[in-house]
Design a protein around this ligand. Structure first.
Ligand SMILES: [Cu+2]
Length: 166
């Protein structure tokens, strides 16, 4: 009587080889992206609206044309949840003013219209895009229209504020 390992060992080797071959053929090869081929089990269409081109282009603003400038600082440390972020937190601007956000934090931030990503219209009224440390974004209050405009930071959605145009 031979020892059982004499048969079991080569059988296990063959089964392992078959498993490896099938895994490679049916999972690895299919899931590896190929240039020019759109499809495969993991292919997913990017939803409309995810494109950066949907967002309003940065407006070039001549500050000297405005006698009133409302500055909203993005405070140092705003990156930490719970810290004061936009200052003043509820800014007010008259229709003839220019509104300017200045990032005084060391982290990147944005000022993007809307209450958050759940807001279907977020970013439609205004969007600073990513502001690095020291960068600023300006928009005439007349472009926004009267009323209360909530906005938030797309990098840190817990940062939110309102701008009221009177
Ligand atoms: Cu932020």
């Amino acid at each position: 009587m031979r020892r059982p390992g004499v048969i079991a060992f080569p059988v296990l080797l063959v089964l392992g080889a078959i498993t490896g071959y099938l895994t490679y053929t049916f999972f690895i090869v299919d899931s590896t992206p190929k240039v020019g081929i759109i499809g495969g089990p993991y292919w997913k269409e990017i939803p409309a609206g995810a494109s950066a081109t949907d967002q309003p282009a940065a407006v070039e603003v001549d500050k000297s044309e405005f006698s009133k400038v409302v500055t909203i600082d993005i405070l140092l440390g705003a990156v930490t949840q719970g810290n004061p972020d936009y200052s003043p937190d509820s800014a007010k601007a008259s229709s003839d003013a220019l509104v300017t956000w200045v990032n005084k934090d060391s982290a990147p931030h944005s000022a993007t219209s809307g209450k958050g990503f759940d807001d279907a219209d977020y970013g439609k009224l205004f969007d600073s895009g990513i502001l690095m440390e020291g960068q600023e974004f300006s928009i005439p209050a007349s472009d926004l229209g009267k009323g209360e405009h909530p906005y938030f930071c797309i990098v840190h959605p817990y940062m939110s504020s309102t701008l009221t145009v009177e």
